[in-house]
Ligand binder design. Structure first.
Ligand code: MN
Length: 447
């Protein structure tokens, strides 16, 4: 059983007490994001009355790792493995008729973005931003689909500024622009958790991320043809914007409060001109407040899947990996291994650095340490690590440009081996333990 629409997922969240309604009128400028931030990591919010709009807005629909596990139908510990399997074995999508696609209940050709409740999230943001828009495009050369999320700034009633980092969409746009042609795009808003997660998969070029959503579902994702562009979008989406990225047009986009909790700067960026909007009769708008758990975890799970695979090739006895929220779920990796040979921790660190240029600091611990508990990890560093022996630094490697301490993306890397030496005298690192502590129920003893 999988949740194949935002609505189904919201019903589930409501059932388990993880969706709260706000019925007071809320302003789109800052107020909505501030409330979303307050609920961050705890529960999803549904805003039923938003200023100047008849649509309701949801945010925080994946407030924790536990809710991602629930959406995937696995336990919290199995999330990364499950994603990694889906990525290795993509499924197929099926095309449905417009009459069977809820996102075709309403079709509008003269798009006015003012009709959507698009919030301004952070103080210095350049304007309202669409943050949960899953963008679909096709490689102009091969016709293969690509799916990715981009920050989209409202620049006019039917114009969006877009940040395109040098990945797959960037290549598509470059080859279209070289021929002086626009690149057709469609932006789906209001999707279920698994399509959102699949869109973040770190795939080689030529892999359609929607096929990973099908693999996560265990059955085909339903797509429907767009009205004004030659693209397909999820039939169950709440809203779809269709349009074209214009060749040789740039307008100022930014600043924008980003995942490392700093602003990405304003600069000239490509522009999308919208041609149509299709939606459900009463669409629900989804916004992701940047740098919240929802934002960070969507990026973390696919990255952890890649990290685990890369380390496993070098250190087969790796147990688990965690990209921690304090590191923006990008810069800090904690890895646990079942150490068999001295030196393996360092090899795991090298593998982690090679898995992604974003990884900056890596801590390796033994398998008895719970890598999801920051206090446990700190304890391992405090008691199992000697800096002179166990810490090493590589200067001036490639890092992430959004890290403000980097030299325009040139960044130092640090590895910390916090594993117990294999030749330690017996008993020296024995963790204290109270027999029965794990099983005893305090409630049974309280009056
Ligand atoms: Mn891709």
């Amino acid at each position: 059983m999988s949740f194949t629409s935002l609505r189904q997922w919201l019903i589930k969240l409501e059932e388990i007490g993880l969706l709260k309604h706000i019925n007071r009128e809320v302003a789109l400028k800052h107020e909505l994001a501030a409330l979303g931030k307050r609920a961050d990591g705890k529960y999803a919010l549904r805003f039923n009355r938003v200023e100047n709009s008849t649509m309701s807005v949801v945010t925080g629909i994946l407030p924790s790792r536990e809710t991602i596990a629930l959406a995937m139908g696995v336990s919290k510990d199995e999330v990364v493995e499950r994603f990694s399997k889906a990525q290795a074995n993509p499924g197929e999508c099926i095309l449905v008729n417009s009459k069977d696609a809820p996102v075709k209940e309403k079709i509008v050709y003269g798009v006015d973005l003012g009709s959507l409740p698009i919030p301004i999230h952070h103080e210095k943001d350049g304007g309202p931003y669409i943050t949960a828009g899953v963008l679909v495009a096709k490689d102009p050369q091969t016709g293969v689909r690509n799916v990715s999320i981009h920050r989209l700034q409202v620049l006019g009633p039917n114009r969006l500024g877009i940040l395109i980092l040098p990945r797959h969409l960037f290549q598509f746009f470059q080859s279209a622009e070289k021929e002086d042609k626009p690149l057709e795009v469609a932006i789906a808003i209001g999707l279920d958790p698994l399509v959102l997660l699949a869109s973040q998969a770190l795939t080689p070029p030529g892999v359609d991320e929607f096929t990973i959503a099908s693999a996560l579902y265990g059955h085909p994702l339903e797509l429907v043809k767009c009205e004004t562009v030659d693209l397909e979008v999820p039939a169950q989406a709440e809203i779809v914007l269709e349009g074209r990225i214009l060749p040789r047009v740039r307008e100022i986009e930014g600043p924008f409060g980003e995942y490392p909790r700093y602003y990405g700067p304003a600069s000239p960026k490509p522009v999308i001109e919208l041609t149509a909007m299709t939606s459900r009769r009463d669409p629900i708008y989804h916004t992701i407040v940047p740098a919240t758990r929802e934002h960070l975890l969507l990026g973390a799970i696919p990255r952890e899947a890649g990290l685990l695979q890369t380390i496993r090739n070098t250190v087969p006895n790796v147990v688990s990996v965690h990209l921690t929220p304090g590191g923006g779920c990008r810069y800090h990796a904690v890895i646990s291994i079942d150490k068999r040979n001295e030196g393996e921790a360092k090899n795991a660190i090298f593998a982690a650095f090679s898995s992604s240029h974003e990884i900056k600091h890596v801590v390796v611990v033994d398998k008895d340490v719970n890598i999801f508990e920051p206090e446990e990890v700190e304890w391992a560093i405090a008691t199992r690590c000697q800096a002179g022996r166990d810490v090493f630094i590589v200067e001036r490697a490639l890092g992430n440009k959004l890290d403000p301490s980097s030299d325009d993306g040139i960044s130092d890397k640090m590895g910390i081996d916090a594993t117990v030496p294999l030749d330690a005298p017996p008993g020296r690192f024995e963790r204290i333990r109270i027999p029965g502590e794990d099983e005893i129920r305090l409630e049974d003893y309280l009056d």
